[in-house]
Design a protein around this ligand. Structure first.
Ligand code: ADP
Ligand code: MG
Length: 388
């Protein structure tokens, strides 16, 4: 849980009689937040970041270990949830605005710095790395490739399908190879400029869509198996591929608060349908009886849950950061965010390292390998026969 501080904008935009702070944290119970509403409520999370905590605190204490997992080969997903203006984009670092100063840099640029220092370290000099990025927006249940060239309308639509192993494949999406943190940031900024933004009463720059920035890391490393090899200095190349999804969700507020009209209403409803489906998936996964049977998990109810199927109760390390505002004006939305996040805590994922021998999909390679192994077996049998 991250509580944002009262900002200068809040002082101007919120009615002054509702600017009172209604959330408190204590040093003695660092994982708790107390809501001072009509009645006092205490909520517990895995970690609570108060309004004074910095971007670096959040990264060091909650994110860095997930980046380490990603480098080990696990799939990782981080979702920012909360009402408009609660600090999702600031925390994630999805927008240019927050990436200029070192102190205000969010999770994405910090994670990318860690990633490139790993890739460029002498410790992993013998490995071969390929890093690709993609950036997709879900707007009114359409998937839009934010890194595609050309104007918004002419871009190919992205579709989702499942491969034979049950992995979700996002097809039609550009995956761009990158070699440095500067390149990653350039694509991130280019994509975030293209995001649909609509003015509502709650936040003039509010993004009415979900945005998923993804990084795919494949690492080829040489492994030598000392048990089966006597004189070999060569080994097998294995490829470990892992994906990192950074999800900046649309505002979770209920529509009536934003006094939306026309197109805004349609957006509001479909944004809520994605978050509603996410909420239903979260509830189903949190219920042990249902979670065992994936047939009962309503992933198919929205594009968002379908895209994130692997990350929700599947093969990924997943973290949800619930963002809340501390002021009385937003107390109802804050409580609904706390409830939502609390349900998400019940989910149990089981993540495994995505390792596979190089060439495993390559028939020609496999055929050559079979021939080579047959010849080796034959030679071994012959030498056995000679020895006995
Ligand atoms: P959201 O993406 O949830 O709509 P933003 O991340 O755009 O919200 O944040 C709304 C405003 O609050 C922005 O002006 C942002 O700079 C400011 N803000 C959010 N979180 C913090 C924080 N932890 N510290 C300082 N300013 C913040
Ligand atoms: Mg935002």
């Amino acid at each position: 849980l991250r509580i944002k501080p009262l900002t200068a904008d809040d002082l101007v935009n919120l009615p002054s009689r509702f600017q009172r702070n209604v959330l408190s944290t204590t040093e003695f119970a660092p994982n708790q937040v107390i809501v001072h509403g009509e009645k006092k409520q205490t909520w517990t999370f895995d970690k609570v970041f108060g309004p004074e905590s910095s971007q670096k605190d959040v990264y060091d204490q909650a994110i860095k270990n997930m980046v380490d997992k990603f480098l080990e080969g696990f799939n990782v997903t981080i979702l920012a949830y909360g009402q408009t203006s609660s600090g999702k984009t600031y925390t994630m670092g999805t927008s240019n605005e927050y990436s200029q100063l070192p102190e205000t840099k969010g999770i994405i640029p910090r994670s990318m710095a860690t990633l490139f220092s790993y890739v460029n370290s002498t410790q992993y000099k013998s490995r071969k790395f390929v890093i690709k990025v993609s950036f997709v927006e879900i707007y009114n249940e359409d998937l839009i490739d934010l890194l595609a060239e050309g104007d918004y309308e002419s871009r190919p639509l992205v579709t989702i399908r499942e491969d034979s192993k049950g992995n979700m494949i996002w097809s039609g999406l550009q995956e761009i190879k990158v070699n440095s943190i500067e390149e990653v940031m350039r694509h991130l900024m280019r994509g975030s400029m293209g995001r649909q933004v609509g003015a509502t009463e709650m936040n003039s720059q509010s993004s009415r869509s979900h945005a998923i920035f993804s990084v795919t890391l494949s690492q080829q490393k040489l492994v030598t198996d000392f048990r089966s090899r006597k004189n070999d200095d060569e080994g097998d190349w294995v490829t470990v591929t892992s994906k990192f999804h950074f999800v900046d969700l649309a505002g979770s507020e209920r529509l009536k608060r934003t006094s939306a009209t026309g197109d805004r209403v349609k957006e509001g409803i479909s944004i809520n349908s994605g978050l509603l489906a996410l909420g239903n998936v979260i509830s189903a996964l949190g219920d042990p009886a249902k979670a065992k049977n994936t047939m009962h998990i309503p992933y198919r109810d929205s594009k968002l849950t379908r895209l994130l199927q692997d990350s929700l109760g599947g093969n990924a390390k997943t973290l949800m950061i619930a963002c809340v505002s501390p002021v009385e004006y937003n107390i109802n939305e804050t409580i609904s965010t706390l409830k939502y996040a609390n349900r998400a805590r019940n989910i149990k994922n089981s993540a495994i390292v995505n390792q596979e021998e190089t060439g495993w999909q390559d028939i020609e390679y496999l055929q050559t390998l079979v021939l080579k192994l047959r010849a080796e077996i034959k030679a071994l049998k012959n030498s056995d026969a000679l020895n006995s």
